[in-house]
Design a protein around this ligand. Structure first.
Ligand code: FE
Length: 260
């Protein structure tokens, strides 16, 4: 399996703190059947600033440690980039990283809202040949209230990644319901762990895929698995599968989430 969003590189953000933490996470990933992770440290989120070069250096050190320990995990570089005004200029300055050198870029919105310029930013990134992926929209409170607004961003060309822990109910009922509703509506393209710590916030990717398969069907699971590989190899993503077609799906989803 391939996990495109992880905080496995040590000492850069609120993920792994020490080399031992990072190696423990790597062992856990391999034990679960994950062979490749993209390391995506937080960047520009107000708490952490991790520019491209620092991430590349730490990943190189990590690969050496993995080789010494005999842990068969492939580690690629990425970045979880908080949406900010300077983002496009930061690209030009070479401070940002796509996922594993592909055209895919992992964007994080603030948790409380969708930034006002989000659709324009996605549009601009598309013009630059990038393929923006919105990290865990199911945890964004504006998406919770108005899921149609995520749909608008997907229409402009964004993709969306749901987090395993949301699907498994570990971030509470609201995130769980939102995660499944967005999957059913065809607004989710990729599943990833956003793993931070081996016990407190591990991978659980296999578990999430199994649940997707049992709740939504094998086709959903396969779609998501293929898309994770497509990010890694810079191929176009599969069209999303829509589980439940309804003329008023947004009203249904929003109504349900507001109640819960
Ligand atoms: Fe993250």
């Amino acid at each position: 399996m391939i996990d495109i969003h992880t905080h496995i590189l040590p000492g850069l953000d609120d993920g792994a703190q020490t080399w031992e933490d990072a190696l423990d996470m790597a062992r856990a990933a391999v034990a679960e059947g994950i062979d490749t992770v993209i390391a995506t440290p937080h960047h520009a989120n107000g708490a952490y600033s991790n520019e491209a070069e620092a991430i590349r250096r730490r990943a190189e050190q990590f690969r050496e440690r993995l080789a010494e320990e005999g842990i068969p995990l492939r580690v690629e570089c990425g970045q979880e980039i908080r949406v900010h005004d300077d983002l496009l200029d930061a690209w030009q300055r070479g401070e940002l990283l796509s996922l594993a050198g592909s055209d895919f870029v992992l964007l994080e919105m603030p948790t409380g809202r969708i930034p006002s310029g989000m659709a324009d930013l996605i549009h601009e990134l598309k013009i630059m040949g990038k393929r923006p992926i919105i990290a865990h929209p199911e945890r964004n409170s504006e998406v919770l209230r108005y899921p149609e607004r995520l749909s608008q961003l997907v229409e402009v060309g964004a993709y969306a990644q749901v987090t395993t822990h949301s699907l498994l109910g570990l971030f509470g009922k609201k995130a769980e319901e939102s995660a499944w509703s967005l999957c059913r509506a065809g607004l989710i393209h990729i599943v990833s762990s956003d793993a931070h710590h081996v016990e407190r916030r591990g991978f659980r990717l296999q578990e999430a895929y199994e649940l997707i398969s049992s709740k939504l069907g094998e086709k959903f699971k396969e779609n998501f698995r293929q898309n994770a590989a497509s990010v890694l190899y810079n191929r176009p993503l599969n069209e999303s599968v829509v589980f439940e077609k309804s003329v008023n799906i947004w009203g249904k989803i929003a109504g349900f989430l507001r109640k819960s």
